[in-house]
Design a protein around this ligand. Structure first.
Ligand SMILES: Cc1ncc(COP(=O)(O)O)c(C=O)c1O
Length: 210
């Protein structure tokens, strides 16, 4: 039909597939996809991104893609850390499983606490906020409590949602996940997002195991 298929593996790189290459590897369809793009900023914990393709004219992207044209190369430290992370991910399947375990632990606990959460998580657990102002307040109060998450606001978000996006790592301990959860529940209560009644919104962490 002349169509070209592009898949964004931003949320699945490092968490899906035997070698952590993402949902296309997991589904065994990498050869049927024209372009795969992704970011180093989520499961790899760095900055930058990639686009790969087998199409013969792919190199044209280097001189026609406007955001790429004048961009400086990534710093050596980033290239080093991304290379090391990719090598670890492709040789240790347990890392992806650990990220998923940690994400699901936080995701289920947040849902149970009464938050509106995004779709099933991979390396990112998204909390839906009612509006931009509440999202900014929530984000700042989390920082005050020693928890850093990413603030994602319209127009950069799908469906104009205001989101708090938690980046989950295989290195997070269960205690750290639970500490982040407690901070989010406390801030959720302060801002009136959650029911202030502890009997309905404060579930002990032991009952929230993934
Ligand atoms: C689906 C998707 N694609 C691409 C990106 C780009 O990530 P970055 O700008 O951090 O490289 C993001 C970031 O949130 C994303 O969610």
């Amino acid at each position: 039909m002349g169509a070209t298929l592009i898949v964004d593996e931003a949320h699945s790189l490092g968490t899906r597939g035997k070698k952590g290459r993402g949902v296309c590897e997991d589904a065994g369809v990498e050869n049927e996809v024209d372009f795969i793009v992704g970011t180093f900023s989520k499961s790899l914990g760095a900055i930058g991104g990639f686009a790969v393709s087998d199409l013969p004219d792919f190199d044209l992207l280097r001189i026609t893609c406007r955001p790429y044209m004048f961009t400086a190369s990534l710093p050596p430290a980033v290239v080093g850390s991304v290379t090391a992370a990719l090598s670890r991910i492709s040789t240790d399947e347990s890392l992806g499983a650990r990220v998923r375990f940690n994400s699901i632990r936080l995701y289920r606990a947040l849902k149970l606490a009464g938050f509106e959460v995004g779709p099933e998580p991979n390396a990112i657990v998204a909390l839906k906020m009612t509006d931009k102002e509440t999202a900014v307040r929530f984000w700042n109060r989390l920082i005050d409590r020693g928890v850093y998450a990413n603030l994602a606001l319209p127009p950069a978000t799908p469906g104009s949602l205001s989101l708090i996006r938690c980046s989950i790592s295989a290195a997070h301990t269960e205690a750290q996940i639970d500490r982040a959860l407690s901070a989010m529940v406390a801030v959720g209560r302060e801002l009136g997002i959650l029911d202030p009644d502890p009997r309905t919104s404060d579930q002990p962490a032991e009952r929230l195991r993934a």
